[in-house]
Design a protein around this ligand. Structure first.
Ligand code: UD1
Ligand code: CA
Length: 479
């Protein structure tokens, strides 16, 4: 049920300078979704009355990501005054009129936080009736974070940013996680008192704590159960650490759901992937986008699948695939390249060093070796010979090849599209098929072979080949 007394503000206006990227920091992907999408999904799970996202740097790109994750939610543009305090000050204006509930502020670059942690934090904030609560964590390396300063009897006093901290304060290992709960009234009152008099010339949201404390209000810093939950992403190293942590959680989740994942350390699974129990994921495998692997299928080793569907019991080995649908019991690889629009029927095969694109290969049909099959439809139970190429591109346009059912094509065939091979037809080895082949016909167009006796002796005298031929008795010397 919607919590009418809860508003969530997500801060996503910063540039993320330390990423050194043209992509806004909050849009860097983690497990296949922008960092910000993870934060918004958590916000949505709290079912608050409103979610307000503050944007500025590359605002259109960031706003578009918000619209995808939380369609119709409020987006507020931060003005040129920098700082997390300014961001919240402007977001407050978008709260429903007269809102006097709790305002939960989340940093857009703290993506691993989950709803359970936040609900516990919020519950405690409400139980204690304090003006503000801050989630804190003890980090072995607190570098870069704001520090939680406590007074002599341990009471939370204020937050000092790393750049404003003195040597003693920098030794504090309890950090501000960037997650805050405020009473709306207390927050409104103190936002007006923020200044930019600090090392970064920004309005710090964190200064609200000291201001509230000075005004006699109660504030609390609440340590989080596990520090990794509140790891912030400020540079690429932290991005990789956070991605690895999230991946480990995803992998473990699937293992507990009945999927065999042989090597968690080298297996990467996006959040939107779906795996069925008894699927087997072998080492070195990346499952991306909306990939689905059905029960009993074996994927990997060394396989990357983006938006693919792998049917029950299929086997996909050392393969790179995008937008491909592999039927139940089918076999793919090793070393296959499945490009978008590949559809392999049940019990079919796309074998070694085979590239496919826009190709429907019917039930039980096989393309076992060294082939390119593009813009093609193949019926059922056909076999495409080793080294076959569909020549689908005339330099300007793409054309289709149609191969019927129960067809047998010889090795090293070229199918010059548009062309059609009828049901039950055969083609000879090395055939360049330029004309349609009727059902049941054999197509051949390779010239009959002529053997020119003693050609090597005549044209390559004195070579090792000529000597070998002479030893094999290829004929007398030629005069
Ligand atoms: C902030 C906290 C720090 C805390 C850390 C936790 C402040 C002043 N400091 O520092 O105490 O330990 O997070 O991760 O808040 N943003 C805006 N508008 C701005 C600036 C930032 O919306 O003008 C957004 C950013 O997009 C980001 C978030 O606020 O999502 C935090 O900004 P960032 O610059 O990363 O703050 P930190 O230096 O990490
Ligand atoms: Ca940060």
């Amino acid at each position: 049920m919607t919590d009418q007394n809860l508003a969530v503000i997500v801060l996503a206006a910063g540039q993320g300078t330390r990423m050194k990227s043209t992509l806004p920091k909050v849009l860097h992907p983690l497990a296949g979704a922008p960092m910000l999408a993870h934060v918004l999904a958590t916000a949505r799970a709290l079912d608050p009355a409103t979610v307000i996202t503050v944007v500025r740097h590359e605002r259109d790109q960031v706003a578009a990501a918000v619209e995808i994750e939380l369609p119709g939610s409020a987006i507020v543009d931060q003005d040129e005054v920098p700082g997390t305090g300014r961001a919240v000050e402007q977001a407050i204006g978008a709260l429903p009129g007269g809102f006097e509930g709790d305002v939960l502020v989340l940093n857009g670059d703290v993506p691993l936080l989950n709803a359970d942690t936040l609900l516990g934090f919020l519950g405690r904030h409400r139980d204690r009736g304090v003006a503000a609560s801050v989630l804190s964590a003890r980090f072995a390396d607190p570098n870069g974070y704001g520090r939680i300063v406590r007074d002599v009897d341990g009471a939370f006093d204020r937050i000092v940013e790393q750049k404003d901290a003195d040597d003693a304060e920098r030794l504090i290992d309890e950090v501000n996680a960037g997650v805050y709960a405020f009473g709306a009234g207390a927050l409104r009152d103190q936002l007006a008192n923020l200044t930019t008099e600090n090392a970064q010339g920004e309005k710090y949201l964190t200064d609200i704590i000291g201001l509230l404390r000075a005004a006699g209000s109660e504030v609390e810093a609440v340590p989080v159960s596990e520090p990794w939950l509140v790891a912030g992403v400020n540079d690429r190293a932290q991005l990789a650490e956070t991605a690895a942590r999230l991946n480990a959680l995803i992998v473990r989740g699937w293992q507990l759901a009945g999927v065999t994942i042989e090597d968690p350390a080298t297996t990467w699974i996006d959040l939107a992937v779906r795996l069925e129990p008894d699927a087997v994921i072998r080492p070195g495998t990346q499952l991306k986008g909306a990939t689905v692997v059905e029960t009993g299928a074996v994927v990997g080793p060394d396989t990357t699948l983006v938006d693919c569907e792998i049917g029950a019991g299929a086997e996909v080995k050392r393969t790179d695939g995008t937008l491909a649908v592999i039927g139940a019991g089918a076999s793919v690889g090793p070393f296959a390249f499945l490009r978008p629009g590949t559809v392999l029927g049940a019990d079919g095969k796309i074998g070694t060093f085979v590239e496919t694109k826009n190709a429907t290969i019917g039930r039980g049909s096989k393309v076992p070796h060294l082939s390119y099959i593009g813009d093609t439809e193949i019926g059922v139970e056909s076999n495409v010979g080793a080294g076959s190429i569909t020549a689908n591109y005339d330099g300007v346009n793409k054309h289709r090849t149609e191969i019927g059912s129960h067809v047998r094509t010889g090795s090293h065939g070229v199918f010059v599209a548009p062309v059609r091979i009828g049901d039950g037809a055969y083609t000879g080895a090395g055939t360049v098929v330029r004309k349609d082949v009727p059902p049941g016909a054999l197509a051949v167009n390779v010239a009959p072979q002529r053997n020119i006796d003693r050609w090597v002796a005549a044209n390559r005298p004195g070579t090792a080949a000529a000597e070998a031929a002479a030893r094999a008795g290829s004929g007398e010397d030629v005069d």
